[in-house]
Write a protein that binds this ligand. Structure first.
Ligand code: HMG
Length: 388
């Protein structure tokens, strides 16, 4: 039975910061961010968006009433959770109007958890072929102002409907994975911003890729020429490019050129958004589908998922017949082009204005946020969401 991604959509808020302007404000050569890091713009998350509202905005775009009837599980992958007990998934049950006969749970392993969710959904559907599972990867990637991590922020939510006979990508049962307890990136309880051993984290990401890709090749007998495109978790686009260079270092030049060409399509949206944590790998999938003109049904995509702390995984998926009928060329580029640009002072104001853990009751001004689902503040520590 083919099981995999039947529908995919993405949401990121309406605000962005130009990376050259941020570089100037931080007294850094703009080419460090534009070329060295590989980011041209960065999503800015207003206080009126959190992982729940972003997830609702993403999922709302793709789900029909029939899908909602068939979905019996919502797996909410995030490392920017908004509660220590209650899952982000259960808020969606009400906001999106799911039936009550649904399992709701939140998953965490840094940026990796959405990949775990896809495989858990795969197992569930293998046993219950008429089920559908909603997988969410939603995060607000946040480091301190004027820290080295600052240019690698971003945020948004990916929503994926997992089913049998999927229309986009059939997930293959070929994953290789590698875990080790390392301190490359973490966010202690109560902290709003991640702590990171930056250089070390970039090396662990690449080392884990080497482990899982080597084992994948040994298990399957496939070399890199078997792939028509390779996708990577993109904490910033240069890091994925470094992993690609490792994958193609001994490849035939035609294969290397093809994969390098497709990687430009994979990273196009991330370059304008920044890190998404859990959703990043799958934003790369959407970006490839909407921007490549060379993809055909049956082609094999390689996917490298990485979550600090750390877990790495490599697996593949096959493009399904008719996948392109469900994809609109450059559709999300239009959404990105319509965003509002902030200057650095405005970005810093937005950064500092989010609801704090100590806020018991605080109402947010939702009038300037054009999204359908917004976070309106807290009342007696209870989060309030509004559907516009
Ligand atoms: P840094 O120390 O500011 O940067 O930190 P750098 O000095 O290493 O420079 C970055 C690159 O820019 C270098 O290229 C420079 O040569 C180049 P590289 O050696 O890497 O090829 N450069 C220039 N290029 C052109 N023109 C110039 C110029 N100047 C310098 N003028 C770092 C960079 C990414 C470490 C920092 O931003 C950071 O700590 N970010 C957060 C951590 C991170 O993103 N880690 C990625 C791997 S871990 C991961 O992916 C997991 C994660 O998503 C979290 C999760 O799993 O939940 C983060």
């Amino acid at each position: 039975m083919n099981i995999g991604i039947d529908k995919i959509s993405f949401f990121t808020p309406h605000l962005y910061l130009d990376m050259a302007e941020l570089a100037e404000a931080r007294d850094v050569d703009p080419n460090k961010y534009l070329i060295g890091i590989g980011q041209s713009k960065m999503a800015v998350i207003p206080p009126t968006q959190d992982v729940v509202s972003m997830a609702a905005n993403a999922a709302d775009k793709i789900l029909t009433p029939e899908d909602k009837e068939q979905i019996d599980m919502i797996l909410f992958a995030t490392e920017s959770g908004i509660d220590n007990s209650k899952s982000g998934a259960v808020y969606l049950q009400r906001l999106l109007g799911f039936k009550h006969q649904v399992r709701v749970v939140e998953l965490k392993q840094a940026c990796y958890a959405a990949t775990a969710a896809i495989h858990f959904a795969h197992g569930h559907i293998a046993m219950n072929p008429d089920s559908k599972v909603l997988v969410i990867g939603a995060d607000n990637a946040r480091y301190g102002l004027a820290t080295k991590g600052e240019p690698t922020q971003g945020g948004g939510a990916v929503a994926m409907l997992i089913s049998r006979n999927p229309r986009i990508l059939a997930v293959q049962d070929d994953a290789t994975y590698w875990a080790a307890d390392v301190m490359d990136f973490w966010r202690p309880l109560g902290f709003d911003e991640a702590l990171v051993d930056g250089k070390y984290s970039t090396n662990v990401y690449l080392e884990f890729f080497k482990h899982v890709f080597k084992e994948y090749q040994a298990n399957t007998g496939f070399d890199v020429s078997k792939f028509d495109a390779m996708l990577f978790h993109l904490p910033y686009t240069k890091e994925g490019f470094k992993a690609l260079k490792i994958a193609i270092e001994d490849a035939d030049p035609t294969v290397a050129a093809r994969l390098t060409h497709e990687f430009e399509n994979v990273r196009r949206y991330s370059n304008q958004i920044g890190n998404l944590y859990t959703g990043s790998l799958y934003l790369g999938l959407l970006s490839l589908l909407e921007n490549s003109t060379d993809l055909k049904a049956g082609m094999r995509l390689g996917l490298y998922s990485y979550g600090s702390g750390a877990q790495g995984e490599f697996y593949s998926g096959l493009l399904r017949p008719g996948f392109d009928q469900n994809i609109e060329h450059e559709a999300f580029q239009k959404v990105l082009d319509a965003r509002k640009q902030l200057n650095v002072a405005e970005y810093e104001d937005v950064y500092n204005s989010r609801i704090k853990i100590s806020d018991k009751t605080r109402k947010l001004d939702i009038s300037t946020d054009p999204a359908k689902f917004v976070f309106a503040g807290v009342e007696d520590y209870q989060r309030q969401y509004v559907v516009k």
